[in-house]
Design a protein around this ligand. Structure first.
Ligand code: C2E
Ligand code: MG
Ligand code: MG
Ligand code: MG
Length: 298
């Protein structure tokens, strides 16, 4: 028998249980305490305007500095945080943290606004009745203009659910917050539904970008798909961001297909807050250039 820390719950660990299950259990049980102890950090990845090369937005990506397991990527713990409900508190912390950070970012060029901050919302957060009030409070407390906040949600957060979470998004959008559909093309991708969403940005999943690599075998098909998504999104008045751009060829093809902005290791990796300033202040005339390709991804 092992005691789940701080919860007063008991669970049976039988010998067959795989190490990964035990790790999952350990991580899951440690989440609330980790939040209290300040073990989470937010890294930031630039999103580049493909026409001007300027950094138009920055995505906030959470990491867990685990005392025993080292720096953990969100894929290891976001699912667990959703299952246990801790995501609501963790998500609020990420929002506070990244809005406060974004409020300090300078404009990226003469006459231009500071970059927007993109914050990922878990499905569970979009069903939280307190979300709207919390977002408004965070904006008021940090002084971040609503127009500078972009909330990323996946299709699964809204597709197939009753109107509740759509109302939440509509209310946020009415206040000027922008909504991005993340990982587009990987879920149900109900195209008709896209029309009803109060969304401003479509983020094309990295799996499509991957096919645009030089010599990529599926290149032709993915080029067709990306082209179709771009015209659909533009037809609906939305802008398009491509994820996972790793080389120059992909960036060039995305630009040629009319994609508005892009994000990926070719431009810059996610970096700690204190390294971001150097990436934002680069001169960016003409075609997009890699900002900082070799910066260690965390
Ligand atoms: P996402 O929102 O689609 O974020 C993009 C992911 O792609 C990030 O992984 C980023 O580091 C990675 N990436 C960026 N450029 C490239 C590239 O050129 N090549 C490749 N292979 N990968 C690239 P990361 O940071 O591990 O985050 C994974 C996912 O975890 C995110 O996917 C997002 O769904 C989720 N996530 C991250 N932070 C949060 C958060 O604060 N809240 C919630 N609910 N989810 C989060
Ligand atoms: Mg995202
Ligand atoms: Mg994404
Ligand atoms: Mg993705």
């Amino acid at each position: 028998w092992a005691k789940a820390e701080g919860k007063g719950r008991w669970a049976l660990f039988d010998a067959d249980r795989s190490a990964s299950e035990i790790t999952r259990y350990t991580l899951s049980a440690a989440l609330p305490g980790a939040l209290e102890r300040g073990e989470f950090v937010v890294d930031y990845q630039p999103i580049v305007d493909l026409k001007t090369g300027a950094v138009s937005a920055v995505e906030a990506l959470v990491r867990w500095r685990h005392p025993d397991f080292g720096l953990l990527k969100p894929d290891r713990f976001i699912g667990l945080a959703e299952e246990t409900g801790v995501i609501v508190q963790l998500g609020r912390w990420v929002l506070e943290q990244s809005c406060a950070e974004a409020a300090t970012w300078p404009p990226t060029g003469p006459g231009s606004a500071p970059p927007a901050v993109n914050v990922n919302l878990a499905v569970r957060q979009t069903h939280d009745p307190h979300l709207v009030a919390e977002v408004f409070k965070i904006l008021a407390d940090t002084g971040l203009p609503p127009q500078q906040l972009q909330l990323e949600i996946t299709e699964s957060a809204v597709i197939g659910t009753e109107d509740g979470s759509l109302d939440v998004l509509r209310e946020l959008a009415k206040a000027g917050v922008r909504i991005a559909i993340d990982d587009f093309g990987t879920g149900y991708s109900n195209l008709a539904y896209l029309r009803q969403l109060p969304a401003h940005i479509v983020k094309i999943d990295a799996s499509f970008t991957a096919g645009l690599r030089a010599g990529g075998t599926d290149g032709h098909v993915d080029e067709q798909i990306v082209g179709a998504l771009v015209s659909l999104a533009h037809g609906l008045g939305m802008s398009v961001t491509a994820e996972g751009v790793e080389d120059e060829e992909q960036a060039a093809r995305l630009a040629a297909l009319g994609c508005d902005s892009a994000q990926g290791w070719y431009f810059a990796r996610a970096v700690p807050a204190n390294q971001l300033a150097g990436l934002l202040s680069l001169p960016v005339p003409g075609a997009p250039a890699p900002l900082e390709r070799r910066r260690g991804e965390r």
